[in-house]
Design a protein around this ligand. Structure first.
Ligand code: NAP
Ligand code: MG
Length: 499
């Protein structure tokens, strides 16, 4: 199929889509209690896609009551492991079957490329439901070593009602990261998608019901942070919050918890991640592909974006020339076109913010060598992939999270300086290191205070490896891996005295 024809194919799917508009509470769609709605915009065109229920504390309260009732009646929380497993496997299958519909919906809602939407929704999202489903009947408790006068069981129990508050940059994938382990653990859940991207989470709720998730176990509450988000954070009957978003809002959830029921709060937040290239690295196509992808993947709207590229001065000119060649060849444009590599920013306001950072970079003395402005000839909120040379670690663009398609090169004289600058951030989510010297790679990885270090390839790991941040990037909670289950389980000791 030619790229043009395929673009047409996805446009046809888009034209036929039925977009969700209502909240999903207690097993059914319903308007917000207040009757209020908000407009949802396609950021690639600026057009209004439709309206969505604007949930507030009254809807959150309704959903919490349904979730609590479902948790207490045990139809899900106490179901046989094989039953929960079968339901979540069916959900994985339903997502696979509806991949194109969900991916096109996500593409319209976010301005992300259809290629990324298809990958995330066709591969990653179902894999999450499948992987946690398969863990359910293979996760064991412990028996403590005691004398013969006792038997001590250490068991894990679902924590109860989980509030999952999510960002807009990977909407359905972030639902899967949190919902799959929460449901696998036996919890009931409230999902609060970002206000910009409510659609696929709502459609997923329907598929979950079709798969056999009982009413009340999954509730999806579109709304705003100050209304629905805050109501979840402050609700006395929500047992845990798992949040992904900005560091600023993550801090609010700690405050909400301290002012309500002291619920535990899992936080996955921002980053300012380094991409370190030591002087022995081979500047081949693979390395440069990784460099460009680490900064421009998802148009740079990525918490683990490796925007700070710290490169040995000796090879910097060669590096920059190769990065520029790839950057200038990138296709920015209509997200539904499979040839597109960079989609739009999420909103007009965010586009303005990213362009503001680019301006600040220029003003503070960094040199724009590619891009540097909005994309010409596009109706929506696009920014050209932008490369800065001569960035220094003190500059605003080297310290603050830009969350846009911006790559900055910081030359360094040796590995010591690379590590010092790599560490010079209040965040600690991710880092990449390129070198052929395995000893140096491990030494650098050990010295970087962050949750994931990728060596000789930009990656966040996969479903089997925990993901989360040090410092202001996260709490002790981790998404992914068996570690994610810990957010939704609590530990009980049952001590039996033996006569
Ligand atoms: P955000 O503004 O912090 O929003 C995240 C969620 O919190 C949204 O659902 C938002 O609702 C809600 N919210 C906002 N203000 C709130 C308040 N006062 N009380 C309660 N809830 C509130 O983040 P974002 O702009 O959507 O996403 C970008 C950020 O997420 C970046 O900093 C990025 O680094 C981070 N991120 C981190 C990871 C990770 O795994 N570490 C992954 C992806 C993204 P509204 O939509 O209504 O604002
Ligand atoms: Mg939208």
């Amino acid at each position: 199929m030619s790229a043009e024809k395929t673009f047409g194919y996805y446009k046809e799917i888009a034209a036929r889509l039925r977009l969700p508009e209502l909240a999903y509470i207690d097993g059914g769609f319903r308007p917000a209690s207040s009757g209020r709605v908000f407009e949802n915009v396609n950021p690639a065109t600026g057009e209004v896609l439709g309206t969505v229920a604007h949930c507030d504390h009254a809807d959150v309260d309704l959903a919490v009551r349904a979730a609590r009732r479902a948790f207490e009646d045990g139809g899900w929380s106490h179901a046989a492991p094989e039953h929960r497993k079968a339901v979540l496997l069916r959900l994985a299958e339903l997502v696979r079957r509806h991949t194109e519909e969900l991916a096109v919906m996500e593409c319209l809602d976010t301005g992300k490329t259809i290629t990324d939407c298809l990958h995330e929704i066709g591969n990653e999202v179902p894999t999450f439901f499948q992987w946690y489903a398969e863990l359910i009947d293979k996760t064991f408790g412990k028996v403590a070593p005691t004398g013969s006068d006792a038997l001590a069981l250490i068991v894990k129990e679902p924590i109860g009602v989980a509030g999952l508050v999510l960002p807009w940059n990977f909407p359905l994938l972030m639902v899967a990261w949190k919902l799959a382990p929460a449901l696998a653990a036996g919890c009931s859940a409230l999902v609060k998608p970002a206000e910009q991207t409510p659609l696929t989470a709502l459609r997923l709720a329907e598929l979950a019901a079709e798969a056999g998730v009982p009413p009340g176990v999954l509730n999806v509450l579109p709304g705003f942070g100050e209304t629905a988000g805050q109501a979840i954070g402050r609700h006395p009957d929500v047992d845990v919050v798992s949040f992904t978003g900005s560091t600023e809002v993550g801090a609010y959830f700690l405050k909400y918890a301290s002012e309500s029921n002291l619920k535990p709060v899992g936080l996955e937040m921002g980053g300012k991640s380094p991409f370190i290239v030591l002087d022995d690295a081979t500047l081949d196509d693979n390395l440069i592909d990784n460099a460009v992808r680490s900064a421009f993947w998802n148009a740079g709207q990525n918490c683990s974006a490796n925007m700070r590229q710290i490169v040995a001065a000796r090879i910097k000119d060669d590096y920059l020339a190769k990065v520029l060649e790839k950057t200038k060849a990138m296709k920015v444009g209509a997200p539904l076109d499979p040839a597109t590599q960079i989609g739009s920013m999420i909103t007009a306001e965010h586009q303005k913010r990213v362009l503001g950072y680019i301006e600040t970079g220029r003003r503070e003395g960094a040199k724009v060598v590619a891009g540097g402005g909005p994309t010409a000839g596009q109706g929506g909120y696009f920014v050209d992939p932008t490369v800065f040379d001569e960035v220094s670690p003190e500059m605003t663009i080297a310290r603050e999270e830009i969350f846009g398609p911006v790559l900055g090169v910081i030359p360094v004289k040796d590995v010591e300086e690379a590590v010092r600058i790599g560490r010079q951030t209040e965040y600690g989510l991710h880092a990449t290191v390129f070198t052929r010297d395995v000893d140096r790679a491990i030494q650098v990885a050990r010295r970087l205070p962050c949750g994931t270090v990728a060596i000789n390839g930009f990656t966040e790991g996969d479903i089997k490896t925990p993901f989360g941040g040090y410092r202001r990037s996260g709490s002790l909670a981790r998404d992914n891996g068996t570690e994610a289950l810990d957010q939704y389980l609590q530990t009980k000791t049952i001590w039996i005295s033996v006569g």
